[in-house]
Design a protein around this ligand. Structure first.
Ligand code: ITT
Length: 194
């Protein structure tokens, strides 16, 4: 997939989440992109994933004075009005998976999707946005030790295992983050800006 003959490129990934860094390194290894991780922290404004990523990327690129990516992600459950969505991080720290399973106790329609939005910005240009989605179902119980956060309760379509039961390499083949990062990587390979 990587274009041979191209020099490797570097991108700074702003996140406080080590799992995201490991996943990004695995995914970018298919391209000639090296990841520099910076845990800078940026204000997460109230808004949809796009707005959060746009704002965060611009803020971080201006602070560090270089091009950066940030990622905003979440689990969206249809029957719960797409909750927890942009509140995923907060809900994971409060209700946790057990609380979500309780809300879903007698629910038939278990459709859910993980969404990931990468925001890329430089101090001088408007942010670019890359969306990745993976569809699936909410399990009836937590299963598996791999991954993080909602992985043990999310069964991707086409599988009978949760993300928590799938090794990182497998999740990385088709996860929401794979899809958003891959879109970004394909675009970034040809990016000639500063
Ligand atoms: P940042 O520093 O990058 O913001 P974060 O963990 O706060 O890291 P988000 O704001 O993007 O990340 O919140 C997304 C939350 O959604 C995250 O904390 C998890 O609870 C959940 N989530 C996102 N991607 C996930 C994945 O691949 N598997 C399981 N849960 C995920």
């Amino acid at each position: 997939m990587a274009k041979s003959g191209y020099l490797s490129k570097r991108i700074t990934f702003i996140t406080g989440n080590q799992h995201k860094v490991k996943e990004a390194q695995g995914i970018f290894s298919h391209f000639q992109i090296e990841v520099e991780h910076v845990d800078l922290g940026y204000p997460e404004i109230q808004g949809d994933l796009d707005e959060v990523a746009r704002y965060g990327a611009l803020y971080a690129s201006k602070r560090l004075e270089k091009p950066v990516i940030v990622e905003d992600a979440g689990l969206f459950i249809r029957e719960l009005g797409w909750f927890p969505g942009t509140y995923s991080s907060y809900v994971q720290g409060t209700l946790k998976n057990k609380g979500i399973l309780k809300l879903m106790e007698d629910v038939q329609d278990r459709y859910a999707e993980f969404r990931s939005v990468i925001g890329f910005a430089t101090p001088k240009t408007e942010p670019e946005i890359f969306l990745g989605v993976v569809e699936g179902q909410i399990a009836h119980e937590e299963r598996g030790e791999y991954g993080f956060a909602y992985d043990p309760i999310f069964i991707p379509n086409g599988y009978d295992k949760t993300f928590g039961e799938l090794k990182r390499e497998i999740k990385n083949r088709f996860s929401h983050r794979r899809r958003s990062l891959e879109k970004f990587a394909l675009w970034f390979e040809d990016y000639r800006g500063d």
